[in-house]
Structures are given as structure tokens and as C-alpha cells.
Design a protein around this ligand. Sequence first.
Ligand SMILES: C[S@@+](CC[C@H](N)C(=O)[O-])C[C@H]1O[C@@H](n2cnc3c(N)ncnc32)[C@H](O)[C@@H]1O
Length: 333
Amino acid sequence: MLKLGIFEAGCYPGQARGPLGWLRRNRFAYTLLKTSLPPKPEEIVVFERIMRQMKLTSGVHRMTARNRFADLDEWAQPILQRRLAGRPAIQVEDWAASACLTSLEWHQRLEEAFPRFHLTASDLTLYLVALEVPGDGIYVLETGGGLLQYIRPPFAIRIEPPEPRLLIVNRVLAERARRRLKRIWRELGAGPDLEPGLLTLPEGTDEKPLGAMRLTRLPLVHPEALALANLAPESFAIRGHSVFTPAPAPADVVRTMNILNRVYFDEARLLEGARSVWHSLRPGGIWMVGRTVRERPPEHRVSVFEKTAEGFRLIERYGGPSEIEEMALALRP
Ligand SMILES: C[S@@+](CC[C@H](N)C(=O)[O-])C[C@H]1O[C@@H](n2cnc3c(N)ncnc32)[C@H](O)[C@@H]1O
């Protein structure tokens, strides 16, 4: 048993239909993450399909779905208006924003209520890289070195999550790709821990050579969010950032949805995240933290806190308490 791949956005969904459609179904080459500016509708469809399937080597998913937070945004809007009335220009941070599609939708809603605001959407991982090896294929990697996919048309081989046992050909190719990549790093003189920066691309750079090979940026940010950041930099920006590091400038609102969860982090790390939010907020600033407990229809459990000199004070809840509500209330900065 084997599966092939889809390499052109224009060929989807045609190639995934018909009697042989299963051969290519759910096997998009991640090189399709790179879209035109402005993006074509078929490129957006494929980007969103890939995001639904993608799992990083850390085990974290990159979910993105339109209107996922529509109800939450609507509910939160009057609270923000009430609490932030009188502030001249509000600074909003959406942390761990994944593909930033929900940030883009939040931006649209904030526009209705705030004449002056700036929303920064951030995530630890904003892009992958495609390592093109002449005479071999393309290795799709996280910037830390984690291998997600190996592309050698007609195959787009999934490495993470691993191919099912029944896809024997894909599993053999995946194993070969892992071995070859190790050899490539050895030939480059890189140790098992790749030197930091080897696979990163400077801001504004989409490609760089690596010996005889080439690295290309594959954005993990939704093409529509990229287009907005390009079009309206005065009110929307996207940047790389970890939730464990305070924001570079004081914020009025920080939202951390589906990241400060016990499935991902232990108590000490969650406390570190909460402390980082506290240090990022202005006095009286607002922290929305929560988790989506059901996808269809979306159902969230969100706690909304106000920053005080002593820590956080609970002001509202949506759908039930966040699983880290007690911990956040006990935090003493
Ligand atoms: C499950 S997604 C949540 C996306 C979005 N907030 C939502 O609820 O739809 C988790 C995201 O957290 C990001 N992430 C993981 N560790 C992070 C960290 N230390 N700092 C910032 N983002 C992180 C991942 O890259 C991923 O995009």
C-alpha cells in the first residue's frame, strides 16, 4: 500500500476525487504553504487543509478554522469597550496565534469599536523551511531541525505524524529520508544538535543557500493574515514570540487561547507563562485565557482577568473557568 501527493493547488480537489483519489487524499506537499500575494482562492483552500492536518514535532497542532472565536469575540467586545474606555490607543496581543486567522477576525471586530488600536498576533513558529537537495528531494523542516515531510514527486511522505503501518512504501521512504538527512547534516559538519540559526531565515528574506542546497521559507501564517499585515501595518502585525517572554511593549489586552494548557505544560511552566502575561500588561490590563473544549460547534472555557498590583483579579468567565484559573489567581508577581 502507498500514497502519493498533491503538488499544485490548482489540482485540488480534482486529484483527491474519483476512484484513485484516495491515493493522494490528505497528502499535500507542504511547499504549497507558499502562496501568491494576494493569494489565489485555491491556494487559500489548500493552506487551510494543510493546517488542519499539521502536527509539529512538539505534538502541538496548528488548528485554524474560520469563525472559531466568533462567539467569544462578540462576547468580549463590550467588556473590552467598558474596561478600556478612555485609553488613547489600545495595544492588543494575541499570543500563540498559530496561523493568525482568528487574530485577523478579531482585528475586524476591534475595528468596529476602537478608532485607534494595534493588534499584534504572535506565535513561536511562524514558518517552516524547505531544504532542497539537488538530485534527492525536498525536506520540510521546522527551524529547530524537526523533520515533518519529505517530498519526492510523485510522493509527499509524511514524517510527523508518522505514516500508518499499512503504507509500507511510504514508511520505507520515510525511514530513508530520516537516514539521508542525518548524512546531510554530517556532511555539513553539523552535530546532532544543529547550530542555532542554521535553518532560520532573516526577517524579510525568503531564501538562503546552504552549501549546494537551498532553504526556502514556507509560511505557517494564513495568506489573508499575511496580506493584512502587508496592507495595514499601522493596526496589524505578526511577529515571532514565545508566551514565556514578556511582550516588548506594554499591552492593554493579552489573549492566550489553547496554549497555557495542562496537556502542553507542567505547573511550573504554566506559572511562568502567567507571570509573563502579568509583566506584559499595563495596570488594569486584561488577560483572556482559555481552552476550546469542543470544535463543532466551537465551545470554549475562558477566564478573563484584570491585572492588579498584587496579581490577577477575575472579572468574567465565558463557558466556564479556564483550567488554570486557580493557578492564575494564586500568582504573586
Ligand atoms: C493549539 S494552537 C492554538 C492556536 C490559537 N491560539 C487557537 O486557539 O486557535 C497552539 C499554538 O501555540 C504555538 N506555540 C507552542 N509553544 C509556544 C510558545 N512557547 N510560545 C508561543 N506559541 C507557542 C504553536 O506553534 C501553535 O501554533
